[in-house]
Design a protein around this ligand. Structure first.
Ligand SMILES: [Zn+2]
Length: 177
């Protein structure tokens, strides 16, 4: 397994629509294993393929004890609303309060190619909506008001100098920033 570099805001890949996965290959399984290792190294709770430079419609989530690989995920039900202060591994050290559904049901394919349905409430619901947004080229900052988005972008202007290559390289064992 390998820790993959994470692309940061500004990379056009983060704004591109992903392509549905048609077949679960060994290469895809390796990608998912690497994504889990990368997410752990970054101390994140979710990661989407575009964040590691890929175009597959796939993301992973890990909230408390629940861990899922979601291939071609689709939100098939949503209820309620919740406000959560979100961050993103591709926009380090920038946060913003986002309102989303407090419950979602997601239909996806797992790594065995089987159809699964995953329900999430509160943080898991927030996390799945955030990750599925990534697959449509959407970021949490897009949900902020004009003013809050401007503040977030100003914060990012200061942060982004830490990533001159446009990549966030994580070193195992080092505290993630
Ligand atoms: Zn994100």
């Amino acid at each position: 397994m390998a820790i993959l570099p994470i692309v940061v805001l500004g990379d056009p890949l983060l704004r591109k629509e992903t392509k549905p996965v048609t077949e679960v290959t060994d290469e895809l399984r390796t990608l998912v294993a690497d994504m889990f290792e990368t997410m752990r190294a970054a101390e994140g709770i979710g990661l989407a393929a575009p964040q590691v430079g890929r175009s597959e419609r796939l993301c992973i989530v890990h909230v408390e004890d629940a861990m899922y690989t979601l291939i071609n995920p689709e939100i098939i039900a949503r209820e309620g609303s919740i406000k959560w202060e979100e961050g993103c591994l591709s926009i380090p050290d920038v946060f913003g309060w986002v309102e989303r559904a407090s419950y979602v049901k997601v239909r996806a394919m797992d790594l065995e190619g089987k159809e699964i349905e995953v329900e999430g409430r509160e943080l898991m619901a927030v996390c799945m909506q955030h990750e599925i947004d990534h697959l449509d080229g959407k970021l949490f900052i897009d949900h902020l008001s004009f003013l809050k988005k401007r503040q977030a972008m100003a914060a990012w202007e200061k942060e982004k100098v830490k990533y001159p290559s446009g990549l966030r390289i994580l070193v195992p064992g080092e505290k993630a920033e």
